[in-house]
Design a protein around this ligand. Structure first.
Ligand code: FES
Length: 168
């Protein structure tokens, strides 16, 4: 990753916007894969403005990398005041905003944000009050992203962290 991009990501990460659950959200979108640990959930709240239904607030939770968090932070600011259609017309690189062009290995981080946004905004994909998944089998009853990781999986391996005493 080039140094400029790293600096821009660090700047966005220094004060990430709109992190956390939005309890009275009108729509929720989730994408990712709990198995590999990259997940992002996005909440949307609408308001009426001059006869248009526009995005009042968008928030997110992420188990992605710094780039995904930086893009989600910028994207949730960018879509404020836009209609669902306007927000859906934004391209991946537009959502990344001032981060600028992302290197190929980081494009999927922005696509994670785009996928969650599409999942929340596009009625065809089920942007409803219930969390939906675009790419992974995530329990729809769960409203908090952390729940998806906290719940034990059937047939999986349970990892228990042990306290280690320092060796003398
Ligand atoms: Fe996978 Fe960024 S979300 S590396």
């Amino acid at each position: 990753m080039n140094e400029d991009l790293q600096k821009r990501i660090q700047r966005a990460m220094a004060d990430p916007q709109n992190m956390g659950e939005l309890p009275d959200a009108d729509a929720v979108g989730t994408v990712g894969n709990a198995e590999c640990g990259e997940m992002l959930r996005l909440w949307i709240k609408y308001k009426e403005e001059k006869g248009r239904k526009v995005i009042d607030r968008a928030t997110f939770q992420s188990f992605g990398c710094e780039t995904a968090i930086a893009v989600a932070s910028l994207a949730t600011e960018l879509i404020r005041g836009k209609t669902a259609e306007e927000a859906l017309s934004l391209k991946t690189e537009e959502l990344a905003g001032e981060l600028g062009p992302l290197p190929p290995m980081k494009i999927h981080c922005a696509q994670l944000v785009e996928g969650a946004l599409r999942s929340a905004l596009d009625p065809e994909q089920g942007g409803t009050k219930t969390a939906k998944t675009a790419q992974a089998a995530i329990p729809v009853s769960s409203s908090n992203l952390l729940d998806n990781f906290a719940k034990p999986k059937e047939g999986g391996v349970r990892v228990i962290l042990l306290d280690r005493k320092p060796t003398e």
